[in-house]
Design a protein around this ligand. Structure first.
Ligand SMILES: Cc1ncc(COP(=O)(O)O)c(C=O)c1O
Length: 370
C-alpha cells in the first residue's frame, strides 16, 4: 500500500466547471471569482473576501495594507511565506516562541516580543487549530497592534462561533494539501472596507476602476501586482467550498481514528490537543514523539511507502537567511521541530489506509523494543 501525505478530492463537478470556464471567454479573473468570494463571505461571516493566486500573495497584501513599516511578531514554527511577506514589504520579522500543547503562539509569547516598534502580529493557526484569539485580540486592540491571521491551515475552524480569518486580516491557502484546493490559490478576508479597496487595486496592477474619464482609460494609482486568481480556478474553489463541512468532518473522523490508537500511554505519543470551545480543521494531523526516535520513525514510514513529514523542521529562525532576525531563545519551537511528525490526512483517506499507517507505527515500536 502507498499512502501520500495528501490526495486532493476533485470530483466531476469541478472538472465540468473548469471545462465550462475554459469554453467561455473568461480565461482570467471572471464571474466565478465573484461567486467564490460571495460564498466565502456567507460561509464564514466576513464582509469582504478577495480571491488571489496564493496565500503568500494574500500575506504580502495584508502586510502592505498596514501602510507602515516596523516590527512584526511572527512564530518561527511556520512556513517561510509568513516571514517572507514581512521582509518583502520592508518590515522586520520578530520571532516568538509557541505553546507546547497547542503548538500555537500565545499571548505570553507575544508579550515577550513587543517593543515600541511593533506594528503588527501575524498569528499562524498551526495545522488547523485556532490560536487564542480572544486574549490576543484584546491585547492588540489595547496596544494598537494590528492582527494578520495566517489561516493557510485553518479553513472552517472556529473559536466558539467565530471563524479564523475574522479576527484580523485573514489569509487562506488553496494549495492542494489544504482544506479546499484551487490547485494554487489564496483568499484575503477583511471586515475593513479601506483594506478591501486597497487590496483590490494592489492585486490588479494598481488600477482604480472607479476613475475613468474615457471608457478606454486604465488609471493606475499605485505600484500594483498581478496576483489575480483566474476564473477556472475560482470555479474549482466555488465548488470545493460547498463541500467544506463534509471535508472537515472527514478530516476530524480520520483524526479521531488516529487519536484512539496512538494516544495510548504505552507509546508516549502526544496527539493533538483541542481547547474547550475550539474546533480543529485538521489540515495536518501531527503527533510528537521523543526526539531520539523521530528521524528513524520518519525513515521507517518512508520505507513502508507512507509519505509522512515534519512540519516545521527546520523552524524559520534556524533558516540561514533568517537567523539574523532572531533575538530570543525559542526552546519550545526547537523542541517541537525535533519531535513533530505529520501523518497523512485527507478527506478521502480510507479506514484501511489509516489502519495501515497505525499498523506501521506500532510495528516500528515493537521492532525497536520501545
Ligand atoms: C502557514 C502557512 N502560510 C503560508 C502558506 C503558503 O500558502 P501558498 O502556497 O498558498 O502561498 C502555507 C502553505 O504551505 C502555510 O502552511
Amino acid at each position: 500500500m502507498k499512502i501520500p501525505l495528501c490526495r486532493p478530492s476533485i470530483d466531476n463537478n469541478e472538472i465540468k466547471l473548469v471545462a465550462k470556464s475554459l469554453r467561455s471567454s473568461w480565461l482570467t479573473h471572471g464571474p466565478y471569482n465573484q461567486k467564490f468570494e460571495q460564498l466565502f463571505n456567507k460561509k464564514f461571516n466576513i464582509k469582504y473576501s478577495i480571491a488571489m493566486n496564493s496565500c503568500t500573495s494574500a500575506l504580502e497584501c495584508a502586510v502592505k495594507a498596514l501602510g507602515t513599516k516596523g516590527e512584526i511578531i511572527i512564530p518561527s514554527f511556520t512556513w517561510v511565506s509568513t516571514a517572507n511577506a514581512v521582509l518583502n514589504c520592508g518590515s522586520k520579522p520578530i520571532f516568538a516562541d509557541i505553546d507546547y500543547k497547542t503548538r500555537n503562539i500565545s499571548l505570553n509569547n507575544i508579550k515577550k516580543c513587543v517593543t515600541n516598534k511593533t506594528i503588527a502580529i501575524i498569528v499562524v493557526h498551526f495545522a488547523g487549530l485556532p490560536c487564542d484569539m480572544t486574549q490576543i485580540s484584546k491585547f492588540c486592540k489595547k496596544n494598537n497592534i494590528k492582527i494578520i491571521e495566517d489561516s493557510a491551515e485553518t479553513l472552517g475552524a472556529k473559536i466558539n462561533s467565530k471563524y479564523t480569518g475574522t479576527f484580523g486580516t485573514g489569509c487562506f491557502s488553496f494549495f492542494p494539501t489544504k482544506n479546499i484546493t484551487t490547485t494554487e490559490g489564496g483568499m484575503l478576508t477583511t471586515n475593513d472596507k479601506k483594506i478591501y479597496d486597497y487590496v483590490k487595486k494592489l492585486i490588479a496592477h494598481g488600477i482604480d476602476k472607479n476613475i475613468k474619464k474615457k471608457f478606454w482609460h486604465r488609471v493606475a494609482v499605485l505600484p500594483g501586482h498581478n496576483f489575480r486568481m483566474p476564473n477556472h480556478l475560482a470555479a474549482i474553489g466555488y465548488s470545493q467550498l460547498k463541500k467544506i463541512k463534509k471535508f472537515n468532518y472527514s478530516r476530524n473522523k480520520i483524526a479521531n481514528l488516529y487519536n484512539s490508537e496512538l494516544s495510548k500511554p504505552f507509546y508516549k505519543i502526544d496527539t493533538p490537543y483541542i481547547p474547550k470551545g475550539y474546533s480543529h480543521s485538521y489540515q495536518m494531523y501531527t503527533i510528537t514523539v521523543s526526539a531520539k526516535i523521530r528521524d528513524s520513525l520518519l525513515n521507517f514510514l518512508k520505507k513502508s511507502n507512507i509519505e509522512a513529514s515534519a512540519h516545521f523542521d527546520p523552524p524559520l529562525h534556524l533558516q540561514k537567511y533568517l537567523k539574523k532576525y532572531n533575538k530570543i531563545k525559542l526552546p519550545v519551537t526547537e523542541k517541537l521541530s525535533r519531535e513533530i511528525i505529520t501523518l497523512p490526512i485527507f478527506p478521502d483517506m480510507t479506514k484501511k489506509e489509516v489502519s495501515y499507517v497505525i499498523k506501521c507505527i506500532k510495528k516500528f515500536y515493537k521492532k525497536n523494543n520501545l
